[in-house]
Design a protein around this ligand. Sequence first.
Ligand SMILES: Nc1ncnc2c1ncn2[C@@H]1O[C@H](COP(=O)(O)OP(=O)(O)OP(=O)(O)O)[C@@H](O)[C@H]1O
Ligand SMILES: O=P(O)(O)OC[C@H]1O[C@H](OP(=O)(O)OP(=O)(O)O)[C@H](O)[C@@H]1O
Ligand SMILES: [Mg+2]
Length: 285
Amino acid sequence: MRIAVPNKGRLHEPTLALLERAGLHVEDGSDRKLYADTVDPDVQVLFARAADIPAYVADGAAAVGVTGLDQVREHGADLPELLDLEFGRCRLVLAAPEDGPVASTADLDGGTVATEFPRVTRTFFRGTAVDPEIVEVSGATELTPHVDMADAIVDITSTGTTLRMNRLAEIEEVLASSARLFADPDRVGDGKVQQLRTALGSVLAAEGKRYLMMNVPGDRLSEVESVIPGMGGPTVMEVDNGADDGDAVAVHVVVDEREVFETITRLKEAGASDILVTEIERLVE
Ligand SMILES: Nc1ncnc2c1ncn2[C@@H]1O[C@H](COP(=O)(O)OP(=O)(O)OP(=O)(O)O)[C@@H](O)[C@H]1O
Ligand SMILES: O=P(O)(O)OC[C@H]1O[C@H](OP(=O)(O)OP(=O)(O)O)[C@H](O)[C@@H]1O
Ligand SMILES: [Mg+2]
C-alpha cells in the first residue's frame, strides 16, 4: 500500500511525526526522496506536493493520502475522508483591502477575485448573488489587490498575520480546513487501509489524555471512584501490599489532561496515594 505524504511545507513534518507515533517509521524520509519504505514491508510512502496528493489518490497511484481539505476540494474528486488529523488548521477566506470599496460579497458584482483556489472560489460564489471574474494565481495572492490585478482575494489564513501585513480585511469564510486522511474510493475497505486508519486514529485518541495510576485503601475505593472523571470505568486491581493493609487496591484510569490538575487534588482527599501521571502513546478504542 502506498501513502501519499506532502513532500514539504506545513503538512510535511506533522504527517511524518504522526506516522512515527503510530509505529509506522519511515525509513530516511529526507526531503529529496520521492519514495520511501517504512518498517512495514507492505507500506511505502510517496512524497508529493500537497496540491497534487488528491490526484495521486484519485488515480490510484496511492491508496491513501494526507493533505488539506482545501486541496481535495480544489481538486474536485469525491474522496472518502477517513480521519481529521487536526493539524494544518486554516481557513480559506475572502478578503479585500482594509479601507477599500469592497466590504461585502455584494460589492464584488462585476469585480475580480484572485486566488490559488479557483474551483473552491467559484463554488463559493455560486452560493451568492454575485458572479465576479476569478483570476487564478500560483502564489503571492495577497499582493494582487494592491497592484490592481484584483478587487479581492480568496486565500489561506490561520493567525491572520499575513492578511494584516498586507492590509487586507476578511470579508467572509469560504472553507475551514485541516489535514485529513483520504482514501481511494476503491481501496477504502482494504485491510491495510483500515489498519492505517486505526493506527493513526489511536494516536489522535491518545492526544490530550493522561493515564493515572494510584494506590487506594479498599475501604476508600468507592470514594475514589466517585471523583474519577475517566472515560469508561477505572481498572481496579488487587495489590500485595504486605500484611497491614492487605485490602489495598491499585486503580488505573484514563482522564482528559485538562482534568488532571483538579482530579489529583480530589483523589488525594478521597484517600488515594502514590499517584502516577503518564502520557499515553496510543489508545485503540
Ligand atoms: N498558515 C497555515 N496554517 C495552517 N495550515 C496551512 C497554512 N497554510 C497552508 N496550510 C495547509 O497546508 C497545505 C499546504 O500548504 P503549504 O503552504 O505547506 O504548501 P506550499 O508550500 O504552498 O506547497 P507548494 O509550494 O508545493 O505548492 C494547505 O493546502 C493547507 O491545507
Ligand atoms: O494567517 P497566517 O498565519 O499568516 O498564515 C497564512 C499564510 O500561510 C500560508 O503561507 P505559507 O507561510 O505556508 O507560505 P507559502 O506562501 O510559501 O506557502 C498561506 O499561503 C498564507 O500566506
Ligand atoms: Mg503555502
